[in-house]
Write a protein that binds this ligand. Structure first.
Ligand code: G1P
Length: 298
């Protein structure tokens, strides 16, 4: 029997400079997608995949993120007094019980691999998940739950994967495919942000990982890679071959939004808005109106 994946690391130490000036005082992960902060989508997805412990790797200025997961007794009391049970129910999903959540500081921005390594003392000899909240995935079965199911078959380390246009491969970790089994591929190499026209495929790593604890040991020794940063991709790649547990890419079913970019965030806002019964009609009417008036103007 494989050990269950019950811990997830959320690297959230980034400055979010692409969203300045908003991120001057608001952590990027707290920015709102419809009516919930970005990070709540990742937490909900993690819970549905059986995650019980949530480890955030944060940095200076992320206080609002820590407060967000606290109970809010005064607010709850007010809502109870006013009989707003629906809102109380919504608030419940944001509360974390004591001991369920941990915050670790990354003191210097040294890359994703370094951020994950900062959480090493909270992970013992067990597989763990890593979730990048910037990657928001709309899916019938949440992406991490799909991966946990697939991981039960393969073991090793698994990354979420998605085909991207060739000219975008230099923005991602990219898989060198050994054998392609459809939703699952076995991997014979991984390159972080390959230079234009050098990517081994157009199958890119998306921010969901299930990793063998060996990856943390690899991170102890790894040297800086692409962009002068300690790369998680490089530490995972060391699991390929005879000495490692194997690496797999998993083509998830669902739509991924890159909420680390403004265009991606706006697209996600529209898509999640349209998915909501209470917003669909108004939003759809508005979108129709502006697209037809733009067409008429052209
Ligand atoms: C990170 C990873 C990269 C992965 C990407 C997915 O890059 O380093 O391998 O493809 O997330 O979003 P970042 O976007 O943080 O530069």
């Amino acid at each position: 029997m494989r050990k269950k994946v019950t811990k997830a690391i959320f690297p959230v130490a980034g400055l979010g400079t692409r969203f300045l000036p908003a991120t001057k005082s608001v952590p990027k992960e707290i920015m709102t997608l419809v009516d919930r902060p970005l990070v709540q989508y990742a937490i909900d997805e993690a819970r549905e995949a059986g995650i019980k412990e949530f480890i955030f790797v944060t940095s200076r200025g992320k206080g609002a993120l820590e407060d967000y997961f606290d109970h809010a007794p005064q607010l709850e009391q007010e809502l109870r007094k006013k009989g707003k049970d629906d809102l109380l129910e919504i608030l419940k999903s944001t509360n974390m019980d004591s001991g369920e959540i941990a915050y670790i500081r990354q003191h210097r921005a040294m890359g994703l691999g370094h951020a994950v390594w900062c959480a090493r003392r909270l992970i013992h000899n067990e597989p763990f998940a890593v979730m990048l909240p910037d990657d928001v995935i709309a899916a019938e079965t949440p992406c991490l739950a799909q991966m946990v199911e697939a991981y039960e078959e393969t073991g090793g380390s698994m990354v979420a994967a998605m085909e991207v246009p060739e000219e975008q491969t230099s923005s991602y970790g990219v898989l060198d495919i050994d054998a392609d089994h459809g939703s699952m591929v076995s991997v014979k190499g991984m390159v972080e942000k390959p230079a234009q026209c050098t990517a081994p495929s157009n199958l890119a790593v998306i921010g969901r990982y299930i990793l063998s604890p060996n990856v943390l040991r690899n991170l102890n020794r790894i040297k800086s890679g692409a962009g002068g940063e300690i790369q998680l991709t490089d530490a995972i790649a060391q699991e390929i071959g005879e000495d490692g547990d194997g690496v797999y890419g998993y083509r998830f079913r669902g739509q991924r939004f890159d909420c680390g970019s403004k265009a991606g965030f706006l697209q996600a806002t529209v898509a999640f808005g349209l998915a909501r019964d209470d917003l669909r009609e108004d939003l759809e009417a508005y979108l129709m109106e502006i697209t037809s008036s733009r067409r008429a103007a052209e």
